[in-house]
Design a protein around this ligand. Structure first.
Ligand SMILES: Cc1ncc(COP(=O)(O)O)c(C=O)c1O
Length: 445
């Protein structure tokens, strides 16, 4: 087979027929994209068999490697039984057992699961449930954070806080009240870094107090605002706000679509601060990055309220509880339970130590940070670390890394690595090394 021609045909047909998400259209039309043909473990392959380490876990979804034999088998076995049956008014064994698997690992106090098929819908469902909980109180606003990202459906856009993603669509939705994001490096309140966590929390708490009667809920991405620029929160911020929100009886929604299932170390980031939300949104890693599935997990109190009024939850999707996705999810959770993948995170993290040191010695780099197996740093135009690096430089680093065999996807001037949790120490070292070399090559001193 002539792969060169085949590849050209695929790319031409792609350009003629498709529109890609979050992809600059003119650039897509100009340059040839990488066409992925396969994967194994932490590696992706193109049509020529060239290997690329997956430095974004295929956009933060893959936990246990591509073609994980146990997840592969679970999906194949499920195919032998049935691919899909509705969850509206019917049930199936695997769907019931997955709910129990999830309830075994979420914070105590959460006892019910509602399935959907992506992170945005898990958030929509949480927003609707919170609204129903507070119905009658005439409270119709949500509070969220600047630079928050909760997905692209309209409810999620309303609570989103990234102007370049969300602003265009705000007229279609009801924009939430926004508290400052606790990003110590770019302190929005221009305070000293060592007091930043306290004062940012105070600003959010003040908003909660002033608007408590209006609020249907508060929605947060605990400890790590990923899409907003890999913003790592200072310890204590989450727990302080949570106590305040709960003291007013306002539903607390924690969106762990990006942080769930070990990304920050424990199963869920809220467990770092012993916080239990009223509603917890999970997605992405739930199926190990195999199939689209998400869940909104909530307390018995929420369930009782919904049962009383309206008595039926008017929300559902054709593929709610899809058995193939459920099988992938159950196999993923089994691996997380029965292998050392979570307990090995602290050891694997040590790979970041020499990487951090090397970066600290480079000019124009600042805000180096990490949590769990997430590592990020920012690039600037100058050594004062004041002007963020522009799109051209960031793209040149991305493409250089790609040609050396590493997939990354910077967020403005932030470069990050989010490897699959199952990444080997060797592959993680190679990711760090390739990234370091790409940054060095593209920012000569
Ligand atoms: C915190 C958070 N919530 C929600 C979403 C939306 O998830 P999905 O892309 O599956 O709709 C994302 C996606 O990146 C996310 O990071």
């Amino acid at each position: 087979m002539n792969y060169k021609n085949l590849l050209k045909d695929i790319i031409d047909l792609d350009r003629k027929t498709l529109l890609h998400p979050f992809t600059r259209i003119a650039e897509w039309e100009r340059s040839d994209p990488l066409v992925i043909a396969g994967g194994s473990g932490s590696t992706l392959f193109d049509h020529q068999g060239k290997a690329y380490l997956d430095g974004t876990s295929s956009l933060w979804v893959n936990l246990l490697g591509h073609r994980n034999p146990n997840i592969d088998k679970a999906v194949r076995d499920q195919l032998e039984r049935i691919a899909h049956t509705t969850f509206l008014g019917l049930t199936h064994e695997e769907g019931v057992l997955l709910a129990q698997d999830l309830l075994d690992i979420v914070p105590d106090g959460l006892s019910r699961v509602f399935y959907s098929d992506n992170g945005s819908t898990a958030v929509e469902i949480a927003l609707k449930m919170a609204f129903l909980l507070r119905r009658g109180k005439k409270s119709h606003r949500f509070l969220s954070l600047d630079r928050s990202y909760h997905g692209d459906t309209l409810g999620a856009v309303g609570v989103g806080g990234i102007p370049r993603f969300h602003e265009t669509f705000y007229p279609l939705t009801r924009e939430s009240l926004k508290a400052p994001s606790p990003d110590c490096f770019y302190c929005p309140l221009d305070l000293k870094r060592d007091t930043c966590s306290i004062d940012c929390a105070d600003a959010a708490i003040d908003l909660v107090r002033r608007h408590s009667d209006k609020l249907s809920g508060v929605i947060l991405e605990p400890r790590l605002q990923a899409a907003g620029g890999m913003i790592f929160w200072p310890e204590g911020y989450l727990s302080r706000i949570s106590v305040e929100v709960k003291s007013h009886g306002i539903p607390l929604i924690l969106d762990e679509v990006a942080t769930g299932f070990g990304r920050t170390g424990p199963y869920f980031a809220c467990q770092l601060e012993d916080v239990t939300p009223d509603l917890l949104c999970v997605g992405k890693g739930l199926t190990g990055g195999y199939l689209p599935m998400a869940a909104t997990i909530f307390s018995e109190e929420v369930y009782r309220k919904l049962k009383g009024d309206p008595g039926i939850f008017y929300h559902g999707h054709s593929y709610t509880g899809n058995p193939l996705a459920v099988a992938a999810a159950r196999a993923t959770l089994k691996e997380l339970r029965e292998t050392a993948v979570l307990s090995e995170i602290p050891k694997k993290r040590t790979v970041f130590d020499p990487f951090r040191l090397a970066l600290e010695n480079l000019p124009r780099i600042g805000n180096i940070r990490s949590l769990g197996l997430v590592f990020a740093f920012d690039l600037f135009e100058d050594n004062d670390l004041k002007v963020p690096a522009g799109a051209q430089l960031m793209t040149s680093i991305q493409l250089d890394a790609q040609s050396s065999g590493l997939i990354i996807r910077p967020l403005l001037n932030t470069i990050y690595l989010i490897p699959p949790l199952s990444v080997s120490v060797h592959d993680l070292e190679t990711m760090c090394d390739r990234l370091l070399q790409a940054v060095r090559r593209m920012t000569p001193q």
